[in-house]
Design a protein around this ligand. Structure first.
Ligand SMILES: Nc1nc2c(c(=O)[nH]1)N[C@H]1C(S)=C(S)[C@@H](COP(=O)(O)OP(=O)(O)OC[C@H]3O[C@@H](n4cnc5c(N)ncnc54)[C@H](O)[C@@H]3O)O[C@H]1N2
Ligand code: MOO
Length: 405
């Protein structure tokens, strides 16, 4: 099975997240639960786009004849609008409301007025465009956004600009999906000291290894806007079941690593198959053994233990569940550079890639975890049998699929 078909198969494991109200200032990284529309226009008054003088039609005509224009008001930004008497000008600052009958704002640099100090009694205008464009240097009501316009659709990850756009509209709170909690359970007796990640500086003992998957997947979960709950289990099935029982009250989705292939101590498989989970091999490398299921109502994804397999599969499958997008929709297109990439005969393969200065993608030679550490993207290499001409390799200049990582 292809990774894309598998992503579709497990799509209903996406956690069901209730909406909650979040203050806009804390909303970056959260996902909108419903569409947000503009409660008002921005700007909601006609505003000057320049420091200068607002003129009506009669004043513009006199200015063109070289006549002096009387200045009848001064409006700093944030102050109430002035009345423009016919044939006169009002000094306005950028962002200030312009008087109702204004035809244009003439920048101060085009007049004989000083840029600082009190407003002059009268100005002469040195030059004007011909013709003066209608509403020149005046931002009309709704130039940025009209009342009722969609600011953010439902399901949108809120960025810093999103926070700014909501704040610009005077929106103080937004309906977001509750932050998903991902329970991470790494398994295996060889994981040195269970929580051991190297931070204490002690050496891993013979035949044991440092735990790379747990801190790596916790970081990846946070990258998806989720809150990780970290746990480990030995190769004892009862221990794994008791960790899962605890997770039922704490997590919206559980991701396990390890213990799912063909060995004699495959704890995840032994504890969960067939009552809770299904296991299969996908036609992909790394990360071919995979599993999924439910512990009661709690959705579970089972990733392989190899760090590179866990890393790739998390981005592919957990990333799809958490964004609500099938993997097929998530691939982006890029241009391959460097030497050709060999296709695997019957499996889709993944390789770390980095963007070059010219915006092309250079693939790493190998796909071990340290090779992903400096990568920008995961490159998808289709199998040789996927190529209409049976090409054995992908050459520089080929359009490839990639996923940011
Ligand atoms: N006889 C067969 N053996 C294996 C097959 C197979 O088809 N037949 N498939 C291989 C492939 S491909 C993969 S991928 C692995 C998947 O194995 P598991 O998911 O059961 O994972 P483990 O055996 O528990 O561990 C594999 C590997 O990863 C290391 N590991 C596990 N957890 C962590 C962790 N938290 N941090 C760092 N490293 C971890 C573990 O020590 C093993 O070296 O199976 C192949 N075997
Ligand atoms: O599928 Mo496994 O290729 O070693 O990660």
């Amino acid at each position: 099975m292809d990774p894309e078909d598998y992503s579709e198969l497990i799509a209903d494991l996406a956690p069901d997240l209730r909406p909650e109200t979040t203050p806009v200032r804390n909303a970056a990284g959260r996902t909108t639960a419903s569409v947000v529309t503009a409660p008002r226009a921005v700007p909601d008054f006609a505003a000057s786009a320049m420091d200068g003088f607002a003129l009506d039609e009669a004043a513009l005509a006199s200015a063109r004849n070289g006549e002096t224009i009387r200045v009848v008001g001064d409006t700093p930004a944030g102050h109430g609008v002035n009345v423009l008497q016919p044939g006169c000008a009002v000094r306005v600052m950028t962002g200030a409301p312009v008087p109702t009958d204004s035809e244009a704002v003439v920048p101060v640099e085009l007049t004989d007025a000083r840029q600082t100090g009190p407003a002059p009694y009268a100005i002469k205008i040195d030059s004007l465009p011909s013709p003066v464009p209608p509403g020149w240097n005046i931002r009309p009501i709704g130039e940025d956004m009209n009342r009722g316009d969609i600011v953010l659709p439902a399901g949108e990850r809120i960025t810093a600009a999103g926070v700014g756009a909501l704040a610009m509209l005077g929106i103080g709170e937004v309906e977001t999906l509750r932050t998903p909690r991902i329970g991470l359970i790494v398994t295996g007796d060889e994981i040195h000291g269970a929580n051991q990640t190297g931070e204490t500086g002690t050496e891993a003992t013979t035949a044991s290894i440092f735990n790379s998957n747990l801190p790596m997947l916790a970081a990846a979960a946070r990258g998806l806007g989720a809150e990780p709950i970290e746990a480990t289990s030995s190769d004892d099935a009862d221990e794994l079941l008791s960790v899962l029982t605890r997770m039922q009250a704490e997590a919206d989705l559980v991701v396990t690593t390890g213990g799912i292939s063909a060995g004699a101590f495959e704890v995840v498989r032994q504890a969960l198959e067939p009552d809770h989970s299904t296991f299969r091999r996908l036609e992909m490398r790394p990360g071919s053994p995979q599993g999924y299921g439910r512990f009661g109502a709690l959705p579970m994804i089972h990733l392989p233990g190899t760090p590179q397999g866990a890393f790739v599969a998390f981005h592919l499958f957990v990333g799809s569940l958490m964004t609500g997008q099938n993997l097929r929709q998530r691939w982006r297109k890029g241009i391959l550079t460097g030497s050709g990439l060999r296709r695997h005969g019957n499996a889709v393969t993944f390789r770390p890639g980095t963007f070059t200065e010219s915006g092309e993608i250079l693939a790493a030679d190998r796909a071990r975890l340290p090779d992903f550490a400096t990568a920008d993207v995961i490159i998808r290499i289709p199998r040789a049998t996927d190529s209409p001409q049976g090409d054995e390799s992908l050459n520089a200049g080929t359009v490839i699929d990639y996923l940011e990582c």
